[in-house]
Design a protein around this ligand. Structure first.
Ligand SMILES: Cc1cc2nc3c(=O)[nH]c(=O)nc-3n(C[C@H](O)[C@H](O)[C@H](O)COP(=O)(O)OP(=O)(O)OC[C@H]3O[C@@H](n4cnc5c(N)ncnc54)[C@H](O)[C@@H]3O)c2cc1C
Length: 284
């Protein structure tokens, strides 16, 4: 099967068919939430959707690449090491051999761990449908809880990660009740700086504190143009982390209170910024 044939099958069967990737989310949806469908379109034999490749200006990751394979092969791309670090926090090693990067994104869970990391790295989503392919920023891919920008029979084909133009440091921090639990709050940060330490790009993305990932543009603007040395100013860092807390819209549920989650947005963002800055300094 190829991508066009998969799309045609989905168009033919509509809501009675689902795309099946690793099945780790789908199986739970069937077992626990009574999801019913008549047809499963297995994407696992479509080579176009698998693997990592260096395309010069960007790194391409096929949507059907397992988390295990991404974690293993991303080590050849040191500037993207944060992706491997994020994956190692997810699921269990067994689940990661089945679960795919595309399935993680298409399920669109607010707590999904890869989402803040990939948006912080300015990832683009390549979507395939009846009329060919379209690309949109991954930040625009998420419309609501479990709702993405995929329309009709479209499927997610690949993720593109632009190479950094300056020295980059990136970090992901999360809190969860147990090692195998979903994130209560998470924060993904990417900083780029010139050799003399001027910050040229900053991206801060919160997870699990709103229906979709939250870009903290207020805090990003506070960082761009500053020197990395400014990050040792405790008052300044506190203002940046407060901006992150203010941007969140968390809920209270069995896992934690709204107050705790908001507070942790600031704490995790501060830690992720400090780690990103340290990476840039160490590489200098
Ligand atoms: C025990 C356990 C622990 C977990 N822990 C974590 C965790 O710590 N962090 C975390 O983020 N997640 C976690 N998960 C969630 C899960 O592993 C991931 O979301 C996984 O990556 C989903 O990928 P999949 O290939 O199994 O998707 P599937 O279950 O096959 O599909 C998920 C959804 O995406 C759709 N889909 C899949 N691929 C495509 C595509 N290419 N185009 C269009 N639609 C597509 C499917 O139709 C379905 O609606 C956990 C799951 C389990 C079972």
């Amino acid at each position: 099967m190829n991508v066009a044939e998969a799309v045609a099958l989905k168009a033919e069967h509509g809501s009675k068919a689902v795309y099946w990737a690793g099945g780790t989310d789908l199986y739970l949806l069937m077992e626990r939430r009574g999801l019913k469908f008549n047809h499963c379109i297995d994407l696992s034999r479509i080579d176009r959707l698998k693997g990592l490749s260096d395309e010069g200006a960007f790194l391409r990751i096929g949507a059907m690449t397992s988390l295990h394979r991404v974690e293993r092969e991303i080590s050849s791309h040191p500037s993207m090491a944060i992706i491997g670090e994020t994956i190692r926090l997810m699921c269990t090693p067994q689940t990661r051999t089945l679960a795919t990067i595309g399935g993680n994104l298409c399920h669109a869970a607010p707590s999904a761990d890869l989402t803040p990391t990939l948006i912080a790295l300015d990832a683009q989503a390549v979507i395939a449908g009846h009329h060919g392919e379209r690309t949109l920023p991954l930040a625009d891919f998420f419309l609501h809880v479990n709702k993405t920008a995929l329309e009709g029979a479209e499927l997610l084909a690949e993720i593109r990660l632009p190479k950094a133009t300056n020295r980059r440091g990136a970090a992901y921090r999360r809190v969860a009740r147990t090692v195998v639990d979903i994130a209560l709050v998470s924060s993904g940060v990417s900083l780029q700086a010139t050799p003399d330490g001027a910050i040229t790009d900053a991206r801060i993305v919160l997870g699990a504190v709103a229906p979709t990932p939250v870009r903290v543009t207020t805090a990003e603007r506070m960082l761009v143009g500053k020197n990395l040395s400014k990050l040792s100013d405790g008052k300044f860092l506190a203002e940046v982390s407060q901006a992150a807390a203010d941007a969140s819209a968390p809920i209270t549920d069995i896992r934690g209170s709204e107050w705790y989650r908001r507070r942790m947005c600031g704490v995790l963002t501060q830690r992720a910024i400090a780690s990103s800055a340290a990476q840039i300094r160490e590489a200098a």
